[in-house]
Design a protein around this ligand. Structure first.
Ligand code: IPD
Ligand code: CA
Ligand code: CA
Length: 258
């Protein structure tokens, strides 16, 4: 039942992305430069809420454009109606709907759907991860130097030691390919599918990573904070990998040499 509602909600949100994509829609700016929100983000969020609130009116919700809808419930739906909004606004088909479900503070189910590539990623705690119903597994790459990585950059420049540009520079100076797709949820799912060996980002919000981090874990990967401790989506830093390169990646993100 929970899974059915999750998939219905993901589809309802994605239908709004498809409806607005490459058409005309209102775009506004949130805090920071180029931190956009479009009419489609709001429409997708509304469509998702309608599905969830019909089936589970007593569940709590945390969603990017609305914030927290508190309820006295052990369940919380964590929603990014469009992850990759800048891509979406530019007609770049690398964006998705991301929904994670937390039960008693633990992520138990998640789905990420990119309707433009028709890729639906899904995971349930303890039951593995799938892409369009086929099991997925992280890569086998054993060495960071031979890895293909992905990262993202926050909308406001983080001027700190070992900040996003410093870590990026260190890796690319050594010739390690580091991609930047513009959707953290897709980045995570592509690690889960073995397309990337690792992903790191300095400053995410819970809705960016809630579903994706469970999908990586259920695909056999490792997800931690920047200290290498078990990941919580309520703090900023994330490192996700196939597990084999994890310690090396944690070291580099913290200023260590490759
Ligand atoms: C953003 C994307 C991007 C990441 C940013 C996020 P949005 O989410 O996930 O990849 O680098 O930090 O804010 O704004 O497109 O929902
Ligand atoms: Ca996001
Ligand atoms: Ca978003």
């Amino acid at each position: 039942m929970l899974k059915q509602t999750l998939l219905k909600a993901i589809e309802a949100g994605a239908a709004e992305l498809t409806r607005f994509f490459n058409g005309t829609f209102v775009i506004s700016n949130k805090e920071g430069v180029n931190n956009l929100v479009t009419e489609a983000d709001h429409a997708a969020e509304k469509a998702i809420f309608e599905v969830i609130q019909k089936d589970y009116p007593d569940h709590a919700i945390l969603s990017e454009e609305t914030g927290e809808i508190a309820q006295d419930s052990s369940y919380k739906w964590i929603i990014d109606p469009i992850d990759g909004t800048v891509n979406f606004a530019n007609g770049i088909p690398l964006c998705c709907v991301s929904i994670g479900i937390e039960q008693d503070g633990e992520m138990v189910m998640g789905a990420v759907y990119n309707p433009f590539l028709n890729e639906l990623f899904f995971a349930q705690k303890g039951f593995g991860a799938t892409l369009n119903d086929k099991r997925i597994q992280v890569s086998e790459q054993p060495a960071l130097i031979n890895s293909c990585l992905v990262t993202g950059f926050p909308y406001t420049y983080l001027d700190s030691p070992n900040g996003p540009l410093q870590v990026f520079e260190k890796l690319i100076r050594k010739g390690v390919p580091v991609r930047r797709l513009g959707s953290a949820a897709i980045d995570l799912c592509w690690v889960a599918a073995g397309r990337f060996d690792g992903f790191y980002e300095h400053k995410l919000q819970a809705w960016d990573s809630a579903a994706g981090f469970l999908i990586v874990k259920e695909a056999g990967g490792t997800v931690t904070d920047f200290k290498g401790k078990p990941y919580s989506p309520y703090q900023p830093g994330i490192i996700a990998s196939n597990g084999k390169i994890h310690n090396e990646l944690v070291n580099v993100v913290n200023g260590g040499e490759l």
